[in-house]
Write a protein that binds this ligand. Structure first.
Ligand code: 6R9
Length: 632
């Protein structure tokens, strides 16, 4: 059942095998899963289309590999431990048997509501077990889930509903986060105002707040599951049938729906979970992400549950009711593997070590980091104060598009180096490219990170627009997948991720396209033009700096910037709200009309003595004016 690597030489051995004969390498791993029918051919691919298929004509249902597979051996073992926002409130523990029954009941609800194989279902829910149950029930009936982070605005939600043509939305009345009670259902109501695509909405009651239910469309979760059978025969899926769509930001304005398929994603999420975290039976594992992001998909829900692990879902935030909350939860459940983001570490670091003092943290074996490059200071703080210098740190580099972890130490096996993601996992063939498209071989090189051979968990397409998938990922370098990240391979052959080289910024581990934020700013009626860049931010990693040309009318600068911030929050969500807005008389443009973002980035980060060549600018004077009005 387990394909876990145990030693460093074992890692090198597996890696060699995976490169020499990828098909047999993955076929052997896939053989330990339950297939309704074994595949005929392991891999068919080209990166020109791109057209990638794994485990061709294999038939399966991923939930049988999560539920039926574990029922007899570990039916009474906790699958999901749910910790509520309020520390004193009762928690919930679902065993594998209970999870099976809940997923079956809800699958029967979906069937009753007419959901069929291939239908798209939007999940817009807080961090409650029902969010995971909803995902698994979709997978069980063959519907394609698209989880939208419940912090996104109604506009952002409406775009996603429209793009994937969702028939059903699963949501909640509200959401508890820290000391806030956030409306959720009313956001969905607003999103549905201009569309009649959605025929059914099912609402999980979490906060008890007042909501309006539309007759014939809206149903309460607790009412519809009433009396439903606790068994449901899983629908047979092809390996390459869609499992889910997850929207993510790119260089252009419109978020794209990354498509993952059933077979490959199943194999890859489990294999990487087991190996990177070195999960052993009986361990308690906790990933603090939200299910609305890929990390929540692969490493709260699918990877751990496919492994038969106990996975914690936390509803709240790291600083409520105090900045010791994470550490309290670790002691409470004796967490063995803890996986969080650098932005959370830095936010807690600000509070010093007092909030940690009351806790033992002696159950911890492995610490993980994901979402953005971890700076050395945060790495050492995490290692010293949380891991007590005893726990290895797995700095895991990957993306929504890769489905699972690509570059990371194997916990306790690969020697750590602070701020380095270290080495590729078996099956991952990296290439570092120079701007001319030449591969940089050997050590001590730096360039753009590409991947030259398919892996089972990779993106198959961008929903409804295959050409976009090709343009975005497979065109920059012929025959390769381009990640959008810069990377360095040091003298030891270790990889350090340097961050995005495209117009994507990473705010608190959340990806945002600069064009996406600009579009939202430009929606304000007084805005003429805007340019957005990222700048180094102590806690968030990167902050958002917006340069805006506008017609001031009778507004003060303060009024206008507040209005712009409110409008971005309204259009995308609070995560996209600019940290700094500077009203400028013009933008630095080349004669061909291109904004020179390089200059704007330098000004935002305060590197004014290092602006580089500005001679090609149409109006070089504008740069001085921008510098003069720079926001600290
Ligand atoms: C899993 C996830 C992907 C982008 C990626 C990169 C950055 C993620 C990282 C990291 C350095 C790490 N990133 N993990 N950078 N070290 N360990 O975060 O997916 O939201 O799609 O973001 O995040 O820039 O390209 P996603």
């Amino acid at each position: 059942m387990s394909d876990r690597i145990h030693t460093l030489s074992g890692y090198f051995h597996e890696y060699q095998k995976s490169v020499a004969d990828p098909e047999n390498f993955w076929a052997k791993i896939a053989d330990s899963f339950h297939w309704k029918k074994r595949w005929d051919k392991t891999l068919d691919w080209n990166f020109e289309g791109p057209d990638v298929k794994w485990f061709l004509n294999g038939k399966l249902n991923i939930t049988e590999n999560i539920l039926e597979r574990h029922l007899y051996t570990m039916g009474d073992k906790p699958a999901i431990i749910w910790e509520p926002n309020e520390p004193g409130d009762p928690n919930r523990i679902l065993t594998y048997m209970e999870l099976y029954e809940e997923v079956c009941r809800f699958s029967n609800v979906l069937v009753e509501k007419g959901v069929e194989k291939g239908d798209k279902v939007i999940i817009y829910m807080p961090m409650v077990p029902e969010a995971a149950i909803a995902m698994l029930a979709c997978a069980r009936v063959g519907a394609v889930h698209s989880v939208v982070f419940a912090g996104f605005s109604s506009n952002a939600l409406a775009d996603r509903i429209e793009d994937c043509k969702a028939k059903v939305v699963l949501t909640s009345d509200g959401n508890f986060r820290g000391n806030k009670k956030i409306p959720v259902k009313s956001v969905v109501d607003e999103a549905l105002e201009n569309t009649d695509l959605v025929k059914t909405m099912i609402v999980y009651q979490r906060t008890g707040q007042e909501v309006t239910m539309k007759e014939g469309r809206d149903f309460w979760w607790h009412e519809v599951i009433e009396g439903k059978s606790k068994s449901h025969e899983a629908v047979e899926m092809d390996s390459e049938d869609e499992l889910f769509i997850l929207y993510t930001s790119g260089s252009t304005g419109k978020p794209k729906g990354v498509v993952h398929t059933c077979g490959g994603y199943m194999i890859y999420s489990k294999y990487t979970f087991e190996n990177v975290f070195q999960y052993t039976p009986g361990d308690v594992y906790w990933c603090t992400a939200d299910v609305g992001w890929i990390t929540g998909h692969s490493y709260i829900v699918y990877g751990p549950l496919l492994t038969g692990a106990t996975t914690i879902m936390f509803e709240g935030v790291p600083t409520y009711p105090n900045p010791g909350r994470f550490w309290e939860i670790i002691d409470k459940y004796k967490v063995n593997q803890f996986y969080t983001a650098p932005t959370a570490i830095r936010a807690l670091q600000v509070h010093g070590t007092d909030p940690i003092a009351p806790y033992k943290l002696d159950s911890l074996k492995v610490l993980g980091s994901v979402g953005e490059p971890i700076n050395e200071e945060a790495w050492h703080w995490y290692h010293t104060h949380i891991g007590k210098t005893r726990c290895p740190i797995v700095d895991t580099w990957w993306q929504t598009e890769t489905g699972g972890i690509m570059v990371s130490p194997l916990a306790g096996i690969t020697p750590n180096k602070p701020a380095f993601a270290t080495l590729p996992l078996p099956g991952v063939q990296l290439a570092i490219m120079d701007p001319e498209g030449k591969e940089l071989k050997g050590n001590s090189v730096e360039g753009n990170l590409c991947i030259k051979f398919p892996w089972p968990g990779m993106i198959r397409t961008t929903y409804g627009d295959h050409e976009r998938c090709k343009q975005t990922y497979f065109s920059a370098y012929k025959g390769m997948y381009f990640t959008g990240d810069g990377v360095k391979r040091d003298h030891d052959g270790y990889y350090r991720i340097l961050g995005r080289v495209d117009d994507v910024i990473n705010v608190s581990g959340h990806r945002m396209g600069t064009a996406e934020v600009e579009n939202a700013i430009n929606e304000h009626p007084l805005v003429v033009e805007s340019a957005v860049v990222g700048y180094p931010h102590k806690v968030k990693g990167q902050g958002i700096y917006a340069y805006v040309i506008c017609d001031m009318s009778n507004r003060t600068e303060e009024n206008l910037t507040n209005e712009i911030k409110a409008s971005v929050t309204n259009i995308i969500g609070p995560i996209a709200k600019p940290d700094k807005i500077q009203i400028v008389p013009g933008l630095p443009k080349t004669r061909s009309g291109k904004i020179m973002r390089r200059i704007l980035r330098k000004v935002a980060e305060g590197a004014m003595d290092n602006l580089g060549d500005t001679s090609t600018l149409l109006d070089p004077d504008v740069v001085d004016k921008i510098i003069a009005g720079r926001k600290e």
